[in-house]
Write a protein that binds this ligand. Structure first.
Ligand code: CP3
Length: 355
C-alpha cells in the first residue's frame, strides 16, 4: 500500500483513520462525460471499448483528470461473464443489453460452461494491468463483478427486465438446477475476481443490482449465499492482508445484519436506507458506502452540497464511510454538478475526522 499516494479509500474500507471522507461514484466513467462519448464513438460499439485495453484505460482515467476522486474503477461491464459463457452480448441503442443466444430451459442452463478468466476474459486483465500502470499510485483501482443472482437474471431474461419473470419461474420451479447455475457463476466469478486482483485490482465490488427484487428467504438462499461463497474464495495480498470487498445489494437495506456477516468489508447502501440507522445496525463489523440519491445531481450545486452535509452528519464521526451515490450516475447529469458533489464531500467531511 505504501506506493499509493492517496490511500484514504482503502483505509476507510478497513475502518482505519482518514483525514477526509473518500469519495467515488458508481458509473463515474460514462455517458454524462463528453470525453467518454468521444472515446466511445472512436471505439464503435460498447463491447469494442471494453475489449480494447488502451481505450478502456483512457475512459477509466477520464473522471480522475476532471475530479479529485479517491478511487478509480475498472471500465468494463458485469455482463462480460455471460458473454464469455458464449451467449453473445450486444447492445441495441436505447434497448440496453441483449444476448444472441437464449437460455430458457434446464438443459440450456446445464450446457453453459464455467468461465476461465485468463483464457476467456484476458482483455479485462490487460485493461486492469494497464490502468494500474497509468494510475502510477495516484489512487487505488477497484475491480468488480455482477452477483450470481444479478447475472442469472440477465442470462434467463436475455437482457434487462422489470419483473424477472423467467428467472423467478426457474428459481421456484427448478431450484436445484437454478442453484447449479448459480454455483457455476460462483466458480467463474471467484476466478474472475482473483484474476483481477492478480492483475492489480486493490479492492473489489460485487454489484448485486437486482437482489432487492427477491423475497426475504429467496435473498438469503439465491443471492447472499452465493456471494458469501465468492468472498470466501478470494485470494489475499502477498503479505496476507485481505483485499477489501464491497457488497452492494440495491434494495438490500432490510438485510444489512445478514450482509454484515457475509465476510464483506463494506456494504454499499442505496438511498432508501438511512445511513445513521444503518451504521447503528452493523456496528463495527463493516464499513458503509453510499448513499446519496443519484437524482440529487439534477438539483442545483447548493442543494447537492446540503445533501452531502446531511449524509456526512448522518454517518457521524470516525472512519468507515466511503461516500458514493446510492446507484450509478445517469447520462443526463451535468458534469459540473458531479464536481460540486465531490468537492462538497472533501470540504465538509474534515470535521468528522481526527476528532
Ligand atoms: O462504474 C463504472 O464507471 C465502471 C464501469 C461499469 C459499467 N457498467 C459501464 C457501462 C460498471 C461497474 C457497470 C456495471 C453494470 N453493468 C451493472 C451493475 C451496476 C448497476 O448499475 O447496478 C449493470 C446492471 C450492467 C448492465 C448494463 N451495462 C446496463 C443495464 C447498461 C446500460 C445500457 C443502456 O444503454 O443504458 C450497460 C452498458 C454500460 N455499462 C454503459 C457503461 C458506461 C453505457 C454503454 C454506452 O456507452 O452506451
Amino acid at each position: 500500500m505504501s506506493e499509493l499516494k492517496n490511500d484514504r479509500f482503502l483505509r476507510a474500507l478497513m475502518k482505519q483513520p482518514v483525514d477526509v471522507t473518500p469519495v467515488w461514484m458508481m458509473r463515474q466513467a460514462g455517458r454524462y462525460l463528453p470525453e467518454y462519448r468521444a472515446t466511445r464513438a472512436k471505439a464503435g460499439d460498447f463491447m469494442s471499448l471494453c475489449q480494447n485495453a488502451e481505450l478502456a484505460c483512457e475512459v477509466t482515467l477520464q473522471p480522475l483528470a476532471r475530479y479529485p476522486l479517491d478511487a478509480a474503477i475498472l471500465f468494463s461491464d458485469i455482463l462480460t461473464i455471460p458473454d464469455a459463457m458464449g451467449l453473445g452480448l450486444y447492445f441495441e441503442t436505447g434497448e440496453g443489453p441483449r444476448f444472441k443466444k437464449a437460455v430458457t430451459s434446464v438443459a440450456d442452463m446445464e450446457a453453459l460452461p464455467v468461465v476461465n478468466a485468463k483464457a476467456d476474459l484476458g482483455y479485462v486483465m490487460d485493461a486492469v494491468s494497464l490502468i494500474r500502470r497509468e494510475l502510477n499510485g495516484r489512487v487505488p483501482l477497484i475491480g468488480f463483478t455482477g452477483s450470481p443472482w444479478t447475472l442469472a437474471t440477465y442470462i434467463l431474461e436475455g437482457g434487462s427486465s422489470k419483473d424477472y419473470r423467467a428467472t423467478k419461474a426457474m428459481m421456484y420451479n427448478e431450484p436445484e438446477a437454478f442453484t447449479r447455475l448459480l454455483d457455476k457463476l460462483v466458480v467463474s466469478i471467484i476466478d474472475y475476481l482473483n484474476s483481477q486482483i492478480a492483475a492489480g485490482a486493490q479492492a473489489v465490488q460485487i454489484f448485486d443490482s437486482w437482489g432487492g427484487a427477491l423475497s426475504h428467504a429467496a435473498y438469503r438462499e439465491f443471492s447472499l449465499n452465493p456471494m458469501q461463497k465468492i468472498i470466501a474464495g478470494l485470494t489475499k495480498h502477498n503479505d496476507g492482508r485481505d483485499v477489501p470487498v464491497i457488497l452492494f445489494t440495491k434494495g438490500g437495506g432490510q438485510w444489512l445484519e445478514a450482509m454484515a456477516d457475509s465476510g464483506a468489508h463494506c456494504l454499499g447502501l442505496d438511498w432508501t436506507t438511512d445511513i445513521s440507522q444503518a451504521r447503528a445496525r452493523v456496528g463495527d463489523k463493516v464499513a458503509l458506502q453510499g448513499n446519496m440519491d443519484p437524482a440529487i445531481l439534477y438539483a442545483k450545486p447548493e442543494r447537492i452540497r446540503q445533501e452531502v452535509g446531511n449524509i456526512l452528519a448522518g454517518y457521524g464521526t470516525g472512519t468507515g464511510h466511503v461516500f458514493n451515490l446510492g446507484h450509478g450516475v445517469t447520462p443526463q447529469v451535468d458534469p459540473a454538478h458531479a464536481g460540486a458533489f465531490f468537492d462538497a464531500v472533501h470540504e465538509l467531511s474534515g470535521q468528522y475526522h481526527n476528532v
